[in-house]
Design a protein around this ligand. Structure first.
Ligand code: CIZ
Ligand code: SF4
Length: 365
C-alpha cells in the first residue's frame, strides 16, 4: 500500500497544518500519543500530549498503551521509545534526518576499540563501568548492557555515577565529556582524575599512569549547541545585572558551569526558574526554543529570562521536526500507513533495555 508522499504537504502554511494535525489527532484518538521534547519549536511542541526531557518522555513511552508513539525529538529518543515500549507499539520519528551531532561522536567501533585498549593490563570489565549518556545510538546502550554498564540522562547523571562507582572503581563516560566532567566535579572528583579519551589516538592518547590515576575516562565528545556558551557571556551579564542569577545545562563547558549559580537538566532549569520569586532575573544556558518559551511564560509571573549567547544557538536537528512532517506521519497513520518507523533490532534492543532499566531503577523517585 503506497504511503502519502511528503511533497504534498510542503506547501501548506502553519494554520493549515494546525487544523489538519488537530483533525488527525482526533481521528486517531487514544491509538496515538505525541511526545514533545523541550527543545522542539513551538509550532510542533504545542501539539504534544506530553512534554519533557528524555528521561520523563522515556518513562512516558514505557507507560503508554498507545499503538503509535510519535516522538517529536531526535533519533536516539525514538529508539528509546521503541526499546521501552511494548511489542505491539510503533515508534515514529517525523523526520529521519533529526539526529544528534553529539550522539554521532561515539560509535560502537571506537567504543569497542577503547574497551580493548583499556584491557591491556587488566580486563576492562573488572575495573571500569561504562556509562552512556542517553544521547547515543542504541548499540552503545546495548554495549553498556553487555558490560555491566548503564545509561544516564542529565537529570540523573550523579545518581548513575554513584551507582557505577559502587560496581567498579572507574567509569568510561561517553559521548559527552562536559556532562561527565561537570557531574564528576559536583561529586568532588578532582579535575586531574578526569582524563579525556581521544578516540583518534592509540590508547586514547593517554599513558598507563594517567589511566591508572583516573576515576573517570571522558569521551572526547560535546554538544555543538551548548559548546557555544562562554564564561564571558556570564561576566557581561553579571556586570549589567549584578543581582541576576545564572543557570546552565551540564552539557555546557566546565568554566561556564563553574560561573553559574545553578546547573541542571532541562527539567531542572524549568522547575528552578518557575519556583523563583517574582522579580528574579535569570541568564539561561541551554537551547533557544526552551529559553524563548520559558522567557514568555516567566514574563507573566514578572520574571526575566535572558538567553546566554549573543548569537542564537539552536539545535538544528531538533528543528527538522516541523509541522509538515508531523502532519505527514499523522495523516498516513489515519490511512493505516506507517512512515518513518524507528525499530531497533531485537538483539540490540534486549541488552539496551537492560542498561535503560538499570537507569530507571537507579533514578526512580
Ligand atoms: O535529556 C534530555 O532530554 C536532554 C537532551 C537534555 C536535558 O537536559 O533534558
Ligand atoms: Fe544533540 Fe546538542 Fe541537539 Fe541535544 S542540543 S539533541 S545534545 S545536538
Amino acid at each position: 500500500m503506497d504511503t502519502i508522499p511528503i511533497n504534498s504537504f510542503l506547501s501548506l502554511d502553519d494554520a493549515q497544518c494546525d487544523e489538519r494535525i488537530i483533525a488527525a489527532k482526533k481521528a486517531l484518538g487514544t491509538r496515538l500519543v505525541i511526545l514533545g521534547h523541550h527543545y522542539q519549536r513551538e509550532e510542533v511542541f504545542k501539539h504534544a500530549d506530553y512534554t519533557g526531557d528524555s528521561l520523563k518522555l522515556s518513562r512516558q513511552a514505557a507507560q503508554s498503551g498507545a499503538e503509535y508513539i510519535v516522538f517529536c525529538g531526535v533519533h536516539f529518543m525514538a529508539e528509546v521509545a521503541d526499546i521501552l515500549s511494548g511489542f505491539q507499539q510503533t515508534a515514529i520519528l517525523p523526520d529521519l534526518a533529526a539526529g544528534c551531532s553529539m550522539a554521532d561522536m561515539a560509535n560502537l567501533k571506537n567504543v569497542e576499540q577503547a574497551w580493548h585498549d583499556l584491557s591491556v593490563i587488566r580486563k576492562a570489565d573488572e575495573y571500569i563501568t561504562p556509562i552512556t549518556y542517553i544521547n547515543s545510538a542504541a548499540d552503545l546502550k546495548a554495549f553498556c548492557g553487555h558490560h555491566g554498564g548503564i545509561v544516564c540522562t542529565s537529570s540523573n547523571a550523579e545518581r548513575v555515577l554513584k551507582w557505577a562507582f559502587s560496581q567498579r572503581e572507574k567509569v568510561l563516560f561517553f559521548p559527552d565529556q562536559h556532562l561527565g566532567r561537570n557531574t564528576g566535579a559536583r561529586m568532588g572528583i578532582p579535575l586531574e582524575q578526569m582524563v579525556v579519551w581521544d578516540f583518534d589516538k592509540p590508547q586514547g592518547g593517554l599513558t598507563q599512569v594517567q589511566i591508572q590515576a583516573a576515576k573517570i575516562i571522558l569521551w572526547d565528545g560535546f554538544c555543538s549547541v551548548h559548546q557555544q556558551f562562554q564564561p564571558e557571556h556570564i561576566e557581561q551579564y553579571r556586570t549589567t545585572y549584578p543581582e541576576g542569577k545564572v543557570i546552565s545545562h551540564p552539557e555546557c563547558p566546565y568554566e561556564v558551569c563553574q560561573k553559574s549559580d545553578e546547573i541542571g537538566s532541562t527539567e531542572t532549569i524549568i522547575k528552578t526558574v518557575k519556583a523563583s520569586p517574582p522579580g528574579t532575573r535569570w541568564l539561561v544556558g541551554t537551547e533557544v526554543n526552551l529559553v524563548n518559551r520559558l522567557a514568555q511564560e516567566s514574563l507573566l509571573e514578572d520574571k526575566f529570562v535572558h538567553y546566554m549567547a549573543p548569537v542564537v544557538c539552536m539545535c538544528s536537528t531538533m528543528y527538522r521536526i516541523d509541522p509538515h512532517h508531523l502532519l505527514w506521519v499523522l495523516e498516513n497513520l489515519v490511512e493505516g500507513k506507517i512512515v518513518n518507523q524507528i525499530k531497533v533490532l531485537p538483539k540490540i534492543a534486549a541488552p539496551a533495555r537492560l542498561a535503560l532499566e538499570r537507569m530507571l531503577e537507579v533514578s526512580s523517585p
